[in-house]
Design a protein around this ligand. Structure first.
Ligand code: EPU
Length: 420
């Protein structure tokens, strides 16, 4: 296992290019099994463990997957021979549940390990299962596995009691080949859901309303292979902007979509950053500015993303005053707080809120990463701290950030990876 070593207090400077969005690419990889003719070529693929795990999962089912030198992935599902997602793979990556809808819709059967809880919460999938049952699937849970069968899924009205990103994506994929019309009410509006809808439409699906809370899908009889480039990662974008802000630097983030990070930009402006955007880039200047405290409350898109909560918590640890962070999506998403207090941060947890009193200085310490976004936030406090921070269990970061230390080094950070 590797660890990251950071010598902090270097203001970041320069330009960084954003990679393709993990949470857009993962459902698209799974959606490739829906295709009848030709193969799917996915471009702008980030180099991440979660992508590798999804490819392993699809290969284990018999899907032919080839990667070219530019990391474009070509998927040909015509060789698929089983419809099984084993526990060993699902336990390392909950988004494996995204194969359930496509397999069931195309092949009428799927056996997928039930994802367990994870470091950020219990994360049940009953809304996915209820919706598929309403579409005519017969679902049993036995020995930790979801076994689902159907002669043919039939379109219906699905009203999600709560906004769910992968739940919406599972039903979106399943309904493309279902008989008749499906309407998803209270659908998730995240940009990754919109990108998946656009991708499926190019494959021949008939989807409208993605990006609003009501998505309408007319079932079609077949989908064809296409070539598609995934949208840029808005959480990677936000994380780099905070990295510049927390170090008092000035950077330009390129290959991004500013519109997708509006709430993050607004909070960074409130904290004192000067920010300007073009169509595909964002420049943040925080030189000589001590961050002001900013309050946030997480929510489904377009509200403030839970996947940026830990990073803004990091920025607030050195702010000039008190801030309150309220986490409304996941009940246990404050694992980073204990580690930050080991570096001198002053944070008190009360139910789903973190109350942060900004300090003048953080001091480097050995800390432990607990989940993906918590790991990113520990890198951020490490970049701002005096002295050396060593982050263990960084395999979490490799699940969701493409070449993070190379990109940070390019901006001037003193960060390296060492085997333990
Ligand atoms: N929920 C249920 N029942 C369900 C489904 C969800 O109670 O059947 C609850 C969840 O426990 C949570 C809320 O509904 O409290 C919203 O969860 P959602 O289903 O939207 O989350 P997800 O689809 O499992 C995706 C991202 C997460 C991101 C969340 C919220 C992917 C692969 N994952 O998860 O990304 O935090 O949406 O935006 O798209 C990450 O990238 O670090 C990450 C965790």
């Amino acid at each position: 296992m590797d660890k990251l070593i950071i010598n902090g207090m270097v203001p970041l400077n320069g330009e960084v290019a954003i990679s393709g969005a993990k949470n857009a690419v993962l459902p698209m990889l799974c959606a490739s099994v829906l295709v009848d003719s030709g193969s799917v070529v996915l471009k702008n693929i980030p180099h991440l463990h979660d992508v590798t795990t999804t490819v392993r999962l699809l290969r284990s089912m018999g899907v032919s997957v080839t990667l070219d030198d530019n990391m474009n992935i070509e998927l040909d599902p015509s060789t698929i021979k089983n419809f099984y997602a084993p526990y060993d793979l699902v336990k390392t990556m909950r988004s494996s549940i995204l194969v359930l809808g496509p397999l069931l819709s195309k092949f009428g059967q799927a056996k997928v390990s039930l994802p367990g809880g994870c470091a950020i919460g219990t994360r049940p999938v009953e809304m996915h299962l209820d919706a598929l049952t309403r579409m005519g699937a017969s679902i049993k849970i036995e020995n930790g596995y979801i076994t689902a069968t159907t002669t043919k899924l039939v379109g219906t009205n699905i009203n999600f009691p709560k906004s769910t990103v992968t739940g919406t994506e599972n039903i979106l994929m399943a309904s493309t080949l279902a008989e008749g019309n499906t309407i998803i009410y209270n659908a998730a509006r995240e940009p990754e859901v919109v990108d998946l809808g656009n991708f499926l439409n190019e494959m021949g699906a008939s989807i409208t309303g993605h990006g609003t809370d009501t998505i309408k899908i007319k079932g079609v009889s077949e989908l064809k292979g296409i070539s598609y480039s995934a949208l840029p990662d808005r959480i990677e974008t936000g994380t780099f902007l905070v990295a510049a802000a927390i170090t008092g630097g000035k950077i330009t983030v390129k290959n991004t979509i500013p519109e997708h990070v509006e709430t993050i930009i607004q909070k960074l402006k409130e904290s004192g950053a000067k920010i300007s955007s073009s169509k595909t880039s964002i420049t943040l200047d925080m030189k000589g500015v001590k961050p002001k405290p900013v309050n946030i409350e997480t929510g489904a898109y377009p509200l403030f993303p839970t996947d940026m909560q830990a990073q803004i918590t990091a920025l607030n640890t050195i702010a000039d005053g008190i801030s309150i962070i309220k986490e409304n999506i996941f009940e246990n998403r404050f694992m980073h707080v204990q580690e930050m207090t080991r570096m001198g941060a002053e944070i008190r947890l009360e139910k789903n809120c973190a109350i942060i009193s900004g300090v003048d200085n953080l001091v480097g310490a050995p800390v432990m990463a607990t989940d993906l976004r918590a790991s990113a936030s520990l890198i951020l406090v490490g970049l701002a701290a005096k002295g050396t921070t060593e982050i263990e269990r960084i395999y979490h970061i490799d699940r969701g950030y493409d070449c993070i230390e190379e990109k940070l080094r390019q901006l001037g950070a003193d960060i390296s990876r060492e085997p333990m």
